[in-house]
Design a protein around this ligand. Structure first.
Ligand code: C2E
Ligand code: CA
Ligand code: CA
Ligand code: CA
Length: 279
């Protein structure tokens, strides 16, 4: 037993060592990617499901390797948060997205909005709101066409600096959405305390609609909640017409999901805009 114990300890430390090495390697590659402009911003449309018109876009970051391979944010945002690389990455995404929105406004799609994701880690960086306003003003977009998406975690932590940040955002006319709504701890009181303008119903509730009874009930509840608080609503992860029917029947009119489009590069998004809302 002693022997096998030593062996498994050995094995464990080898695995740990291997994982550490992999993390270090990924960190190095990510830093290099940031420095050498290997990040891209993709855009996914937010759609008015009744008219099927595109009303906005969400900016989603990608890492494109020299060989063309695309790495998704789930694989590098966590490590970016741990290493501080989230700051330059987010700056890049915000700048790119605001400039892109300005370009679409110039093309005549003047009502289009742009949503950008913020991580909780960023909210601790001082001067964030000033930085955001600098980017907004430089791009020339009206602040009310920008929306910041924060996950529920940030609201639950209920830190004074978060609250201050959110009020500063609203004071400047920028919209504020709770992302992945419903999957965190269901302390709903934060809806009362934070100046939220929109809820995004998490994809996990939408994916089994309309057949899953529990998900149907929960979705209905979130819709009722948003309505009574007069908060905008977006359904995430819409993949089927049956889901659209369910949501429209319940007066949830804005959706985002593969049914309408995957996240795509800007030039493809421009094509979608031309195809679907060209005069
Ligand atoms: P999220 O903000 O919840 O973004 C929605 C994710 O759902 C995107 O994954 C999108 O591609 C995916 N999605 C959209 N429609 C569908 C659908 O119909 N079916 C399915 N199965 N998936 C759908 P993505 O782009 O891989 O992003 C993952 C997460 O990474 C995002 O989740 C967000 O939390 C984070 N993220 C992305 N870009 C940024 C960024 O610039 N900054 C920060 N802080 N986080 C980001
Ligand atoms: Ca989001
Ligand atoms: Ca989400
Ligand atoms: Ca998510």
């Amino acid at each position: 037993a002693k022997e096998s114990g030593r062996n498994s300890y050995h094995l464990y430390s080898e695995i740990l060592h291997h994982e550490l090495n992999q993390r270090m390697e990924l960190m190095k590659r990510l830093r290099n990617a940031v420095e050498h402009d290997k990040l891209r911003v993709y855009y996914q449309p937010k759609v008015d499901m009744q008219s099927r018109r595109i009303i906005g876009a969400e900016a989603l970051v990608r890492w494109q390797e020299s060989d063309g391979q695309i790495i998704g944010p789930d694989q590098f945002i966590p490590i970016a948060e741990d290493t501080g690389l989230i700051i330059p990455i987010s700056e890049f995404v915000l700048k790119t997205a605001c400039k892109q929105l300005a370009a679409w406004h110039t093309l005549g799609f003047t009502e289009l909005t742009m949503a950008v994701n913020l991580s909780g880690k960023q909210l601790q960086s001082p001067g964030l709101i000033e930085h955001i306003m600098e980017v907004v003003n430089e791009s020339g977009i009206p602040p009310n066409k920008l929306e910041l998406e924060l996950t529920e975690q940030v609201f639950i932590e209920n830190i004074q600096s978060h609250t201050n940040f959110m009020h500063a955002v609203r004071d400047r006319g920028i919209a504020l959405a709770i992302d992945d709504f419903g999957i965190g701890y269901s302390s709903l009181s934060y809806l009362k305390h934070f100046p939220v303008t929109a809820l995004k119903i998490d994809r996990s509730f939408v994916q089994d609609l309309p057949n899953d009874k529990d998900d149907a009930t929960l979705t209905q509840t979130i819709i009722n909640l948003a309505k009574s608080l007069e908060i905008d609503l977006v359904a995430e992860g819409v993949e089927t017409e049956a889901q659209v029917d369910f949501l429209l029947d319940r007066d949830c009119s804005v959706g985002q999901g593969y049914l309408f489009s995957r996240p795509i590069p800007a030039h493809e998004f421009t094509q979608l805009l031309d195809d679907y809302q060209g005069q």
